[in-house]
Every structure is written in structure tokens, then in C-alpha cells.
Design a protein around this ligand. Sequence first.
Ligand SMILES: NC(=O)c1ccc[n+]([C@@H]2O[C@H](COP(=O)([O-])OP(=O)(O)OC[C@H]3O[C@@H](n4cnc5c(N)ncnc54)[C@H](OP(=O)(O)O)[C@@H]3O)[C@@H](O)[C@H]2O)c1
Length: 334
Amino acid sequence: MQCVVFDAPGEPADVLQCRQGQVPVPDSGQVLVRMTASPVNPSDLTFIRGVYGIAPQYPQVPGFEGVGVVEASGGGLRGRLFRGRRVVVMNPSGGNWAEYAVVPETRVIPVSSVLSDEQAATFFVNPATAWILTREVLRIPQGQWLLQTAAGSALGHMIVRLGRHCGFRTLCIVRREESVESLRQAGADAVIVFDPDHADAAELREQVLAAVGEDGVRYAIDPVSGRTAAAVIECLGSGARMLLFGSLSNEPIPLVSRQLMQKDASVSGFWLGNYMMHRSLLFRLRLVRRLTGLIRDGVLHTDIARTYALTEVTSAVRAAEDSAVTGKVLLSCR
Ligand SMILES: NC(=O)c1ccc[n+]([C@@H]2O[C@H](COP(=O)([O-])OP(=O)(O)OC[C@H]3O[C@@H](n4cnc5c(N)ncnc54)[C@H](OP(=O)(O)O)[C@@H]3O)[C@@H](O)[C@H]2O)c1
């Protein structure tokens, strides 16, 4: 089979190769999936760079998310039931950027025929994170402001549309003027351009307070880290909650503890994989049903920029981090 492989951590465009490999064989409790498509997510790129928190096993095939059809079962009940069905493939150790992948049978989710392959390929990571961050963890009340950084991302657009759908207001921080218009069109209540290389935290605070009022924001989410996250902490109001869920800047946060102490504010981390590990089967089933409806209705759908063949993986990973490319990049695994 054709698969994308890396033998050592590094810049994705430098270390990834498309090669021939053996079709993997499922063990008991696993299924073999003929992959259809898989997105290039920031987590995949962080994994290839060797800083994700899960160690690659070389030669490693990347790809945590995707869609495919169950071709064979290693012997478990679910695997036998799902044979021939189109499934979302949540691969916990990577491996979806290939014609075939083997995953635990508990990590495939049969997907409704109302969703296209493109929406099924991007069914879980961002839609589930958008829902869980805002509705399950922060539980943002109607009318309250949510501040989000890197708001021009696929996830950022979903959260803006979810805010419209559920009734919370979104204050979006982006680093480039070019990201403003599409967020306004998606329904953002306010958009601020902030680049820590060209502005300081006091300037951001002034603009945020002008938008939300002198009390500051109660709810904030940040996947950027570094000076951007530190500047957002200065915008928090009394009793605020802020969730950190990414490290796009690759910088540590220069935290002034007094900023949290005096406001009784809290900052904590969020990782979808850990969160889901502790949820019941009923919660998961309800979540899948909810996400299917919200994707179908356009609230949590993913805009696709372009689909590349596995042989074009170098162009695909470059496009995924190119600010001029809007939307999610997919790999076609056929
Ligand atoms: N913790 C979890 O469980 C979890 C789950 C899902 C997603 N996430 C995280 O959520 C984030 C968004 O994911 P996505 O798939 O929506 O991403 P995406 O569509 O690929 O977009 C990435 C965005 O990040 C922005 N960005 C990159 N580097 C930046 C920096 N140094 N400072 C500010 N902005 C920067 C880009 O801005 P430009 O447009 O200006 O280039 C772009 O808008 C990622 O960090 C991802 O890892 C975390």
C-alpha cells in the first residue's frame, strides 16, 4: 500500500516521504480500515516535529483523524458489526495518512450518510472541541462574552457560528487584518487584530475592555500560548476562567501571578483525548448525534481548502500552515 512515513522528527515538509509499505494486519479488538481521506491538523504537524506529547514509533505514519471503510476485523464484536461501514477513524497513535490503517475497534465511529466524506474526515477533533470547550467545560451562559485567540482557524470559525447558534458572544483575536472579514461574515461580535511582535498587552486590554466593558472577560480560550496568552490574561475579569488548548506560538507564557491572584481567575489546560477518556458511552453517543446534526446544519462544518494525493504530502503540509490558504487541507488516501 501507499503510505506517508517519517523516520525522525523534523520539519514536516523535510521529513515526510510517500512510500510503499505492508498492509497492516488487525489483532484481536482491532479493525483494518481502507482509508478515504484524512485532514492535516496542527496536532499532526506537532507530532511530526516530535513535540506533541506522544512519542512516534519509527518508521511512523502520521494522521490522527479521518474517514474510511472497515475492511476486516481482528475478531472483536464491534469490528464484525462495522464491517463494510463508513466510519470516522480516531487513530490514537497516528497512522491514517495511508491507504489502510489498523485501529482499536473502539476508535471507529459509524458515520451518517447525510455527511460528505470531507465532513466525515473532519468530524471529530475540531467539532467536538468546539462543543465541549464552550458547552460542557465553560458552559458559557447566554449573552456572555467568550474571548478566543487564533480565531481565524477552522476551530475559531466553528466557535463563532456556535456562539450565534447557542447565544453567547464571541470576541475574536487574530494576528492578521486579512482574517477579520471572514470572521465578521461568520457572525463574530467583535474582532481585534493583535500581534505581540507589534503591539503590547496594554493595547490589547484597552481594545478588549472597549468591546466588553470595564469588568473584562469572564471566559477565554487560547491555543497560541506565549505572549498572546499572557496579554489575554491581562484582559480577564473577576472570577474568570481561561482554557489553554494549544501552543501554536511554541513559546512559554510569561505569567505574572498577580494578574490571576487579584482577580481570583483561573487558567487550566484542555486536551480532547484526555477529556473523552473519562466520558461514558451514553455521553459519547449523544455527542456523536449532536455533532452530526450541527455539522449537517452548517454550524460545525469544516471549510475545505484543497485535497491532495498522498504523493503530494509535501505540498499538503506546506499549504496547511500557509496563512494565504483558508480552510482545512485534506489528504486523499485512495
Ligand atoms: N487541545 C485539544 O484537544 C485541541 C483539539 C482541537 C484543536 N486544538 C488546537 O486548536 C488550534 C486550532 O486548530 P485548527 O485545526 O482550527 O487550526 P487551523 O485551521 O490549521 O488554523 C491554524 C490557525 O492558527 C493561527 N496561528 C498559527 N500560528 C500562530 C501564532 N504563532 N500566533 C497566532 N496565531 C497563529 C493561524 O493564523 P493565520 O491565519 O494568521 O496563519 C491559523 O488561523 C490548534 O492549536 C490545535 O492544535 C486543540
